[in-house]
Design a protein around this ligand. Structure first.
Ligand code: R2B
Ligand code: URA
Length: 287
């Protein structure tokens, strides 16, 4: 299936500038990106570079890995059919990137593309290091909805992910992995501190009891982790007909605290966990 964009205005434009990633329709996009089958996204540019290097090793490809974004807004690495791009933190930044990546895939005439967000999160009732594969992305009210203000009105889009990819990702765990892989709902928020019920931001006017009540209600609603992009990611993929999945590591158990005190080296090791699962998924699909 070709990647279509459901915006008639754009389709009538003679030329389109993908401003934040630094391409336009004057570039030979089919030649540069036409073979892309997997778009993997995560917040940090360095983490996506690490993922690109892992994919090069796993796919045995002798390719140079360089940042393909000519702007300094995002970083994008291509390893054969895998595009690894960073989206920074939060939904506004992700939404800008997704608009341009979807158009890029369309202009490049890509087909049957799978979109995967590989991220970090705060877990709910799971051990640090656990990989959570998202069943349903929900907002702060536990609704499977992404809200965006369009022309002064709130537009609500459903957050639908691919059940088939979720199932296959869960099967990518190896017995020898020193971490769990679970499925669950992922709550997306617009803030890391108050938005996620933390007590340790600069602002906080609720009690620890109120915080714990909220996290417990989240848990009762099937929420296994909290991060800042999943509803936007799921809704945008669904709205343009792309199959999507979200795979995040839980860096801490939010039922036990708010601060991320884990040493950097240990955090880096944890961040490798979802990358391993996704790399096995991609390898399996390409074979
Ligand atoms: C996870 O980690 C970031 C906040 O620290 C944010 O981008 C997210 O979703
Ligand atoms: N990312 C988040 O958004 N929240 C956490 O608690 C950890 C990482």
């Amino acid at each position: 299936m070709e990647c279509k964009i459901p915006n008639k205005h754009v389709l009538q434009q003679k030329k389109d500038f993908l401003y934040h990633i630094g391409y336009s329709t004057d570039d030979d996009l089919p030649q540069k990106f036409g073979d892309v089958k997997f778009v993997c996204m995560g917040g940090s540019a360095n983490r996506m570079l690490v993922f690109a290097e892992l994919m090069r090793k796993e796919l045995g490809l002798d390719v140079e890995i360089k940042d393909m974004c000519s702007t300094d807004r995002y970083s994008m690495y291509k390893v054969g059919p895998v595009l690894a791009v960073n989206h920074h933190m939060g939904m506004p930044s992700l939404s800008i990137l997704l608009n341009e990546i979807v158009k890029l895939l369309h202009y490049a005439k890509c087909s049957d593309v799978v979109m995967i967000r590989i991220g970090t999160s705060g877990g709910i009732g799971v051990k640090p290091g656990t990989v959570v594969v998202t069943e349903t992305a929900v907002n702060e009210m536990f609704e499977p909805i992404y809200n965006i203000a369009v022309l002064g009105k709130i537009k609500s889009r459903q957050t639908k992910l691919s059940e088939e990819i979720l199932k296959t990702l869960l099967q990518c765990k190896h017995k020898s992995d020193p971490f769990d892989v679970v499925k669950g709902n992922t709550m997306s928020t617009s803030d890391f501190y108050e938005g996620q019920g933390r007590l340790d931001g600069a602002l906080c006017d609720y009690t620890e009891k109120e915080k714990m009540e909220y996290l417990k209600i989240a848990e009762q609603n099937g929420v296994k982790n909290i991060e800042m992009e999943s509803t936007c990611f799921a809704a945008m993929c669904d709205a343009v007909g792309l199959r999507g999945a979200i795979v995040c590591v839980a860096l801490l158990n939010r039922l036990e605290g708010d601060q991320i005190e884990t040493p950097t080296e240990e955090l880096k090791r944890m961040e490798d966990n979802p990358q391993k699962i996704v790399s096995r998924y991609i390898k399996q699909k390409l074979n």
